[in-house]
Design a protein around this ligand. Structure first.
Ligand SMILES: [Zn+2]
Length: 77
């Protein structure tokens, strides 16, 4: 056993409001994650690490992240 595992960054997800001008695409349903002025739409932004290295950012509609089964853990506020 090694304790190094604790030092390796792991993928994590946060919930954020969708901002005006967002051009993100949902990783799950492949539809745009669109800003809607009145709706306060929320998205999940995941920082994905592979082999301990940052690989990419993925966006999800909040609902899609639920449907996808929280692939990068529970999204934190
Ligand atoms: Zn979606």
């Amino acid at each position: 056993m090694t304790t190094l595992g604790q030092l390796v960054p792991v993928s994590r997800a946060v919930v954020r409001l969708v901002e005006a001008g967002s051009d993100a695409t949902c990783r799950y349903c492949l539809a745009p994650v669109k800003f809607v002025a009145r709706a306060k739409a929320r998205q999940v932004i995941a920082n994905v690490y592979e082999d301990g290295r940052w690989a990419r950012v993925e966006h999800f509609h909040e609902d899609c992240y639920e449907r996808a089964g929280h692939p990068y853990g529970e999204a934190r506020a």
